[in-house]
Design a protein around this ligand. Structure first.
Ligand SMILES: CSC[C@H]1O[C@@H](n2cnc3c(O)ncnc32)[C@H](O)[C@@H]1O
Ligand SMILES: [Zn+2]
Length: 446
């Protein structure tokens, strides 16, 4: 072996197990992932890596499984500050009597900054490297995610009524257009349009959102068919199912992500399929608010892309995507009456490559392969409660908890090392979170 056959790399990760996600259903053993700059340079056996590469830094992960960073496709990050504040309520009571009044009282730039950082800390710590956010002050969320080196789709909100971020549709859309222009083409931030739901956004602003999406390429994300009430109410008032109305307004399409999608009939599936619309499944929020069941297996069989999200921490009540996968896999089996529905490998694909597809970024995110962006996580399977290991994919979905995530890199930059966040000052963040909790508690009890 001569020196000129040796290739330099920044990082070499020696993995006991590696799940590349693509090709599907594969677990590799004793692999080395070579990272150069922001990309994966190669994935080869550790013997081949010894012969072909010299890395500046070598990380040995002898009891770990390495996989692509997880993609949390729906949430309201700063709602982490409302975690556990209003439990055991159905959606409309939760929103009308608790969440919207609390947002009116507390949402500000400072609230969004602290709540988003708290959410990012939790998501990073549990294996998420890309998240989607739909909340107020998206410019703050985008700046914070960018500065933390985390990838994010940030949807600006659009509603018929005023909120702390805007007076009504006209202002949301003009601020939103400027927001898209500011962040378009950024490596970390994907600006998007977030009409809240069919029952809070009327036809005219929805059509303007479609025009803005077509003009800028920004995706649309919307809560849709979350509850039986939403569908029944729409049918009673307009004679149309919400999916039908959105199809007529051209909201559905390959650049649109519909969140929740319960109460589904054949016409809904056909519309999603024919338009190429993506579904974002939020099983724990759907269960906790008793919203309904999403027929994930039906969507999958019909060829509709399904990604996964946690929703906000006020309706979940955590942002651990591994826990969400566990719930999704269990629920899919009961809903389909088929224990083979949503296998562990299929669930992992939902949180990686299918999220990347929904973002239109599956060419560079969502799987481990040479040339893709180096968004990588490692989960330590060495603990007694994860023994023995016959199949690491099974453990990740059925036995694991996100807190077993030991390492994470985004764009080749370490975010979690030995279970510790590298770029967020947690003690300082905890002080600010405590301050919000005191103020919120005081207002709730007065
Ligand atoms: C347009 S900003 C986001 C808006 O949505 C509210 N919200 C949070 N979770 C849900 C949900 O599951 N369904 C509907 N709306 C939700 C959040 O509180 C903000 O007001
Ligand atoms: Zn939501």
């Amino acid at each position: 072996m001569t020196a000129d056959t040796i290739t330099a790399a920044d990082i070499r990760i020696n993995a006991r197990w590696l799940i590349p996600i693509e090709p599907a259903d594969v677990v590799l053993e004793h692999q080395a992932v070579l990272v150069q700059g922001d990309r994966i340079a190669a994935i080869v056996s550790q013997d081949e890596a010894d012969a072909r590469f010299r890395a500046k830094e070598v990380i040995d992960l002898p009891s770990h499984v390495v996989l692509p960073g997880l993609i949390n496709m729906h949430g309201h990050a700063a709602m982490s500050l409302f975690r556990g504040m209003a439990d055991d309520l159905p959606l409309m009571t939760w929103l009308n009597d608790h969440i919207w009044p609390a947002e009116g009282a507390f949402v500000s730039e400072a609230f969004i900054a602290d709540g988003t950082q708290l959410a990012m800390a939790e998501m990073l710590r549990t294996g998420t490297t890309t998240f989607s956010d739909m909340y107020f002050f998206p410019e703050i969320v985008a700046q914070l995610a960018h500065d933390a080196g985390m990838r994010a789709q940030v949807c600006f909100p659009l509603l018929d009524f005023p909120t702390p971020w805007g007076s009504g549709p006209e202002e949301y859309l003009s601020k939103g257009e400027a927001f898209i222009k500011q962040w378009q083409n950024n490596a970390f931030i994907m600006p998007a349009i977030g009409p809240h739901a069919p029952y809070t956004v009327s036809d005219e602003p929805l059509s303007k959102a479609v025009a803005l999406s077509q003009a800028t390429g920004a995706p649309i994300q919307i809560h849709l068919h979350e509850t039986a009430f939403e569908v029944a109410d729409a049918l009673e008032k307009s004679g149309k199912r919400p999916t039908e109305r959105l199809a007529e307004l051209k909201v559905l399409g390959a650049n649109t992500q519909c969140v929740h999608m319960t109460q589904i009939d054949e016409s809904d599936v056909a519309l999603l399929k024919s338009t190429g619309t993506h579904v974002i499944h939020c099983p724990e929020s759907n269960l906790k608010l008793a919203s309904g069941l999403s027929p994930v297996q039906t969507f999958r069989k019909a060829g509709v892309n399904v990604a996964i999200g946690t929703d906000g921490a006020a309706s979940n009540n955590d942002l651990d995507l591994f826990g969400e996968l566990n719930t999704a896999a269990m629920l899919a089996k009961v809903v389909a009456d088929d224990a083979s529905a949503l296998s562990a490998h299929e669930a992992l694909a939902m949180a990686t490559i299918q999220g990347a597809k929904a973002l239109g970024r599956d060419h560079e995110l969502g799987s481990l392969a040479a040339g893709k962006l180096a968004d990588i996580i490692a989960v330590d399977l060495g603990d007694p409660f994860l023994q023995p290991v016959y199949d690491p994919a099974s453990h990740l979905v059925y036995s694991n908890h996100g807190r077993q995530v030991s390492h994470s890199w985004i764009n080749g930059v370490p975010q979690v090392q030995e279970g510790k966040l590298t770029r967020i000052d947690v003690p300082d963040l905890m002080l600010r979170v405590q301050g919000w909790a005191d103020r919120i508690r005081e207002q709730q009890t007065s």
